[in-house]
Write a protein that binds this ligand. Structure first.
Ligand SMILES: *Cc1c(COP(=O)(O)O)cnc(C)c1O
Length: 408
């Protein structure tokens, strides 16, 4: 991994949105864990697609269709290489993490039975809880939860106790969107495999910060959204080991996913098309590839190093505010700071700092069980990306101080 110095002023030139004002103040965008901003290199690829070779793919013999097909399939190879999947067809293009998870949950509907057990972590996003609850209801399997501790880390001792020969599946996020905790997925995967269970890792929050290696992790399924890593919304991926993708039934029926169709019987297309029914988000796939290129050109080592500096700086500065409490103090965490000020509702802080041009997230962050654990309605969450600066953190700290003064 390269760890060159990051020239943040130069990088900010790539993001036109960072120049805009909100409520008469320069925008400070600290909602990166919800969605990242888009560099002009990615926008250019989108404009180029619609300007020059917009066409439906995989079925036309004409030039535009072939150019679009080539670009889309090249993007798949880019994603494959980035995640170090063994085969390009182990990458299924989806509309995002939620879609990917539902695809796997649906597939397991025919593989689970009563008495089987499914384990999720206490740190999950709702999109990695609800589909499994639905799956358990449908199959009679039991859902078990890996508990967390006060720092927002998973209790690995408890995890080991949950595992048994009945465990069929384990679901865990790589990095928590609500707290920033980096989970020990290497260990989680190894221990699950030791009892014969498959593992799905939700990488939505990890992929903007790290470059996960599918083969080194030996993970069965890994899912991500392009819009959290400088790409467009409505685009994501499901990585699945070939043997698993072969075993799972298709998610949707339609065009693109078939080999032959008669009214008596339809045979399905091979991977990855079996899971890609209908006309896909062609431009989104190509733009996803461009986003990966963009981030790799900066380097994930460089990004992680710089974001860690922002995290340490922001943590120190925010803790100087009296009555401010940070939730999620795991030893390994990314640049997410979830906090509250004693006696003040997070929503009120969010509203006031927005008046000052600062975008933070308030609420339960689609992770209500975590909020229940801390017995709070929600938090204010500031999440930093590699295009943010320490000066922006200073602006946040000043705004939070002001909000505190106004609200107490
Ligand atoms: C954002 C996020 C999701 C959902 O992603 P979508 O793009 O909305 O489908 C799931 N899990 C985690 C950890 C997330 O951060």
């Amino acid at each position: 991994m390269q760890t060159a110095m990051l020239d943040v002023q130069k990088i900010r030139e790539d993001f036109p949105i960072l120049k805009r004002e909100v409520n008469g103040k320069p925008l400070v965008y600290f909602d990166n864990a919800a969605t990242s901003q888009t560099p002009k290199q990615v926008m250019d690829v989108i404009v180029d697609y619609y300007s020059r070779y917009n066409a439906n793919i995989h079925r036309g013999v004409h030039t535009l269709s072939q150019e679009a097909t080539d670009a889309y399939e090249q993007a798949r190879v880019k994603v494959q290489e980035h995640f170090n999947a063994a085969k390009p067809y182990e990458i299924i293009f989806t509309s995002g993490t939620t879609h990917s998870i539902n695809m796997v949950a649906h597939g397991f509907g025919s593989l689970l039975k009563k008495g089987d057990e499914v384990i999720v972590s206490a740190l999950e996003h709702h999109s990695n809880i609800v589909p499994w609850q639905m799956l358990c209801e449908q199959t009679g399997a039991t859902l078990k939860v890996i508990p967390m501790n006060d720092r927002g880390e998973l209790r690995m001792d408890a995890y080991e106790e949950l595992l048994s020969a009945n465990t069929k599946l384990v679901f865990c996020n790589h990095i928590s969107n609500a707290l920033g905790t980096i989970n020990p997925i290497e260990t989680i995967i190894k221990k699950a495999h030791a009892v014969g269970a498959a593992v799905l890792v939700d990488g939505a929050q990890a992929c903007p910060h790290v470059k996960p290696d599918m083969q080194a992790l030996d993970v069965d399924f890994y899912v991500a959204s392009a819009h959290k890593m400088c790409g467009p919304t409505g685009m994501g991926m499901l990585y699945g080991k070939e043997e698993w993708l072969e075993k799972l039934p298709p998610y949707q029926g339609g065009g693109e996913m078939i080999e032959t169709v008669t009214f008596e019987k339809t045979t399905y297309a091979g991977l990855p098309h079996k899971f890609e029914a209908g006309t896909p988000n062609v431009c989104g796939g190509i733009a996803f590839g461009a986003a990966i290129d963009y981030m790799n050109a900066i380097g994930f080592g460089t990004i992680a190093h710089y974001e860690h500096e922002l995290l340490e700086y922001g943590t120190k500065k925010l803790l100087e505010i009296e009555g401010l409490k940070i939730y999620g103090t795991a030893k390994n965490k990314t640049s997410v700071i979830s906090f509250n000020i004693e006696g003040i509702h997070p929503y009120d802080i969010g509203t006031i700092v927005d008046k000052l041009g600062i975008a933070v997230r308030t609420g339960h962050h689609c992770a209500q069980p975590i909020m229940d654990y801390y017995q709070i309605p929600g938090t204010v969450r500031a999440s930093f990306a590699f295009y943010n600066t320490k000066q922006e953190i200073d602006a946040l700290v000043a705004a939070v101080k002001k909000a505190k003064m106004m609200l107490t």
